[in-house]
Ligand binder design. Structure first.
Ligand code: MN
Ligand code: MN
Ligand code: ZN
Length: 284
C-alpha cells in the first residue's frame, strides 16, 4: 500500500522548530503552517538558528520537505482593485516566499483573492500580475492556488477559474493547486458520491491537470451542498460526513496527495481527528 500523507495545520507559537515533533506526536506525517502571524501585515524572516533547528527536526522526525506547506496570511488580496492593497499584498506574499525559502518549505498556499465588486475579469488579471511578480522574485517556491468558497467576490471557486489564472502566468509549471473540500462543497462539488468525485477529477484533469494538485485541505462543512458559508466542521460532523469522506478518500488519485486538516480542533492538536480520518481509510 502506498504511504498516505495526513496531518493538520500546526501552530507556530512554540517556534517553527517544534512543528515536526508536534506533527509526529499528533499522528501526522505532513503539515501546514502560517509563515507569520496571519492577521497582520508584518512578517519577518526567522532567525538562522531557528531555521537550522527546524531542518534538523525535519530530518529527525523523517518528514520530507515535499510534505511541508505554508499558508499565506489573511490580509493578502492579490485581486484587489485598490493599488495600495494590491502592492502591500504582493510585498507580503514575497516576504512569505522568503520565509518558505529560509525554512526549506517548497510550497506556499494562497487564496487567489476577491475582486470586491470590480468584476471577475479585472480581478483575474490582477491575480495573474501578482503571481508573475512572485515567480520573478522567488525562484524556488511553488505557489499553490486554493479553491475558495463562492462568496464575497472570491475568484477561484471553480476549477476553470483556477486554470484561467495559471495558464497566462510566466511560469505555469510553478503554480499548483490546493483543493479544499469544504470550499468545494460550498461551490457545489459533491464528493459524497462516486460519480461526484469522478466528475471533480475529470474537471481537474480537463482544466489545469490533476498532477498540479499538491495538497488537499480536508474539512467537513457546516453548510449543505452549494451553500457558500465557508464554515469548516470536524470530519464526520458536517454535511459531507464520514460516508462522504470514506468515498472521497478511497480514490487512489486522492490518496497520492497530502491531506491537511483545517477543522476547528486545536485542543489536542488534531490527534483524535487524524486517527479518525485514518480509520475511514482502514489505516488503523
Ligand atoms: Mn485557505
Ligand atoms: Mn483551506
Ligand atoms: Zn475555509
Amino acid at each position: 500500500m502506498r504511504m498516505i500523507r495526513i496531518g493538520a495545520h500546526m501552530p507556530i507559537s512554540y517556534g517553527f522548530e517544534k512543528v515536526p515533533q508536534m506533527t509526529i506526536d499528533s499522528g501526522g506525517n505532513t503539515f501546514q503552517i502560517f509563515p507569520h502571524s496571519p492577521r497582520t501585515w508584518r512578517a519577518s524572516l526567522p532567525a538562522k538558528r531557528s531555521c537550522d533547528e527546524f531542518q534538523i527536526q525535519m530530518e529527525k522526525y523523517e518528514i520530507p520537505f515535499e510534505a511541508a506547506f505554508c499558508h499565506c496570511g489573511y490580509l493578502i488580496n492579490l485581486a484587489s482593485p485598490k493599488d495600495d492593497i494590491w502592492q502591500k499584498s504582493v510585498q507580503l506574499l514575497i516576504i512569505e516566499g522568503r520565509i518558505c525559502q529560509a525554512l526549506g518549505i517548497p510550497y506556499l498556499n494562497v487564496h487567489p483573492g476577491s475582486h470586491t465588486g470590480a468584476g471577475e475579469k479585472e480581478g483575474t488579471d490582477r491575480i495573474i500580475r501578482a503571481v508573475d511578480e512572485f515567480l520573478k522574485i522567488i525562484p524556488d517556491v511553488m505557489l499553490l492556488l486554493e479553491n475558495v468558497s463562492p462568496k464575497g467576490g472570491n475568484i477561484g471557486f471553480t476549477m476553470k477559474q483556477l486554470a484561467k489564472i495559471i495558464e497566462p502566468t510566466i511560469q505555469p509549471h510553478r503554480v499548483g493547486i490546493t483543493y479544499d473540500t469544504c470550499h468545494g462543497f460550498d461551490a457545489g462539488y459533491d464528493i459524497t458520491t462516486k460519480e461526484g468525485v469522478e466528475k471533480l477529477l475529470d474537471e481537474m484533469e480537463g482544466t489545469f491537470g490533476l498532477s498540479r494538485v499538491k495538497m488537499i485541505h480536508l474539512n467537513d462543512s457546516k453548510a449543505p451542498l452549494g451553500k457558500a458559508l465557508d464554515r469548516h466542521e470536524n470530519i464526520g460532523k458536517g454535511f459531507i460526513g464520514d460516508k462522504g469522506f470514506r468515498n472521497f478518500l478511497s480514490f487512489p488519485q486522492i490518496q497520492m496527495i497530502p491531506w491537511v486538516l483545517e477543522t476547528p480542533n486545536e485542543e489536542d492538536l488534531y490527534t483524535k481527528e487524524i486517527a479518525h480520518v485514518k480509520s475511514l481509510v482502514g489505516l488503523i
